[in-house]
Design a protein around this ligand. Sequence first.
Ligand SMILES: *[C@@H]1O[C@H](CO)[C@@H](O)[C@H](O)[C@H]1NC(C)=O
Ligand SMILES: *[C@@H]1O[C@H](CO)[C@@H](O)[C@H](O)[C@H]1NC(C)=O
Ligand SMILES: *[C@@H]1O[C@H](CO)[C@@H](O)[C@H](O)[C@H]1NC(C)=O
Ligand SMILES: *[C@@H]1O[C@H](CO)[C@@H](O)[C@H](O)[C@H]1NC(C)=O
Ligand SMILES: *[C@@H]1O[C@H](CO)[C@@H](O)[C@H](O)[C@H]1NC(C)=O
Ligand SMILES: *[C@@H]1O[C@H](CO)[C@@H](O)[C@H](O)[C@H]1NC(C)=O
Ligand SMILES: *[C@@H]1O[C@H](CO)[C@@H](O)[C@H](O)[C@H]1NC(C)=O
Length: 642
Amino acid sequence: MKFLSPFVVLSLATLSGALPASDHVVHEKRSGASTLWQKAARVNGTENVIVRIGLTQNNLDRGYEYLMDVSDSVSPNYGKFWTPEKVAETFAPSNETVTAVKQWLIQGGVDANRLSQTKNKAWIVFNATTAEAETLLHTQYYHYKNAVTGSTTIATDQYRLPQSVTQHVDYIKPGVVLPLTSRKRQAGRKPLRYQPSKKTTPNPSSLATCDEAITPACVAALYKIPVASKDVSPNNSLGIFEEGDYYSQEDLDLFFKNFTRWIPSGTHPKPAFIDGAEAPVPVDEAGAESDLDFQLAYPIVYPQAITLFQNDDYNYASEEIYTSGFFNTFLDALDGSYCTYCADGECGDASGLDPVYPDTNQGGYTGQLMCGTYKPTNVISISYGLQEDDLPEYYQKRQCNEFLKLGLQGTSILIASGDDGVAGPPGDYTDDGCLGNGTIFSPAFPNSCPWVTNVGATKLYPGYTVADGESAAYDPIGDPYSIAYASGGGFSNIYPIPSYQAAAVAEYFNKHNPPYPYYKGAANIGKNGGLYNRLGRGYPDVAANGDNIAMFNAGEYILEGGTSASTPIFSSVINRIIEKRIAAGKGPVGFLNPVLYRNADALNDITNGTNPGCGTDGFSTAPGYVSIVFRSISKVMLMLDV
Ligand SMILES: *[C@@H]1O[C@H](CO)[C@@H](O)[C@H](O)[C@H]1NC(C)=O
Ligand SMILES: *[C@@H]1O[C@H](CO)[C@@H](O)[C@H](O)[C@H]1NC(C)=O
Ligand SMILES: *[C@@H]1O[C@H](CO)[C@@H](O)[C@H](O)[C@H]1NC(C)=O
Ligand SMILES: *[C@@H]1O[C@H](CO)[C@@H](O)[C@H](O)[C@H]1NC(C)=O
Ligand SMILES: *[C@@H]1O[C@H](CO)[C@@H](O)[C@H](O)[C@H]1NC(C)=O
Ligand SMILES: *[C@@H]1O[C@H](CO)[C@@H](O)[C@H](O)[C@H]1NC(C)=O
Ligand SMILES: *[C@@H]1O[C@H](CO)[C@@H](O)[C@H](O)[C@H]1NC(C)=O
């Protein structure tokens, strides 16, 4: 869904306001009328508005180059990550930009002492009358009324800037953007669960029943994970993201007692609680996601610590107050400059989509929005997400730039690829979670961002052992979960194929052409009956086991499945590799994909299975692409230059 063009739109539309000077060009223009916001009276000129001019970030077009420079193992600067200060400085608007915009305003009659610039340099702000703003921007402002809530705002259909200024301005408020309204999002990525027929836990050291229940011993055997060293770095706690789902200490203790006796009862994550979040909860309220994440990660990383990034106060996290945005308050807490950073037509968190703090609703978190409160960990595991189609494109692109910046600082971000194959969760726009009339594949968010590592799911079919190959995870409806489950994957409608995966994707299409019509580019979604974007970024990037996972939740022994399980497994192994690197005097590894694609043979190739959805079999596994899962951790360690 696109509400506005993020770029300069050259248009012949006439302006009925101030006569445009010949060197003024349309900077932003709204495409189409809003059904939610009704245009009312023109402003009378005397109202005061705070004009916020979002300045263009410097060097954003070079972000990919910078990221590859520190993330690609063949680069001489591999592993030489940037400080947060260098990141902020590099992308801050240039002095030339600041000067050009100030000069234009001062020449337009705004006294220099009325202008202020925000601390992160991203905005120039001043207080003006609507008449003054209309003259400067060659526009006419109108009052708008929200048809549902009755709230009002001031906006314009389009505005103009001098030709020489337009390259320095990303976006101006009040402008053409009308606040969006959240809708209830589908709770994607929550793991699936069922009661096993055997009510007692398997022998914790036996590998005989790994095809029925995946225990810590099965995971260690599948990927040849060595026993962890007792000496761990104080700087390598594994980061795990949670939202609206909470662990219970009782479940962790039951798990440790039954499966990993070397981990003491009471072992728990270090809290990094964001914007009023709290954990743990009593056992009967325990979440299937949080319990799963810790029960998979601790056996791999212990005695290394885990940092729990628990997000948002209960009102927002529980979705008692809808916020269809996702992850922005988390990124704010890791990077203070992101709180007000402008890119792709959005400055700061998105009005109407993201939580607002202090939260004035009953029981809400009354503190200020957390900005730069926590240092990012070397690895962050995220088993949450939505679909690309759930959020505006500009929202996703701004957030994707932030993942790039975290990569530049040396953080590896791993995200679960979803549990609905090529579809979204059932009920997301259509009954089967697909686009168009329920036939077009629905790529996942934020997975399609090229600067994160997506983790798909594999499984062991009955009768196979950990020595046999795994298959792509797929379970039809009712067997064993109440709904169908397939490892998420496909091709983005927003981002083109990044260079690090271009060869792998080309080889996949060349040797294993999917048997479906496709379209080329997001502008052509569904054209000629196409089901997926042939030019989009492909995902997942890697995979790990995510089916029949033995665990304790709400005091019961159960089995769970989902890419929700695969992600903490892969993240924990990366954390162990970093542990070794630190011991060898090296550091974290940052954005993983360039190294993973360059060394695909260090991963165990999955060649059996598909990821069904949208009435199709989805994409088929094939040598070299889709669901590559590593088997030999020693080989992976070599790959990351331990
Ligand atoms: C102009 O509009 C503002 C806000 O709508 C109102 O408070 C003010 O009285 C109006 N002024 C005139 C001269 O109509
Ligand atoms: C930009 O301006 C700031 C403050 O005026 C100054 O400290 C800095 O040196 C300038 N940078 C460049 C590259 O000119
Ligand atoms: C903007 O200026 C007007 C007139 O000077 C003043 O009444 C108003 O409080 C100012 N608004 C802000 C937010 O500073
Ligand atoms: C877990 O371990 C305890 C003893 O340590 C045992 O009594 C219990 O039966 C086990 N739970 C399951 C579900 O096997
Ligand atoms: C951990 O980081 C601190 C500074 O951030 C550094 O002084 C210390 O040497 C590091 N410790 C290890 C074991 O790497
Ligand atoms: C959806 O179905 C309608 C009616 O059958 C058709 O007109 C339309 O083109 C279809 N849209 C897509 C994207 O397939
Ligand atoms: C391959 O996948 C099919 C289901 O698609 C499954 O029945 C079969 O057992 C799998 N083979 C292996 C070797 O895992």
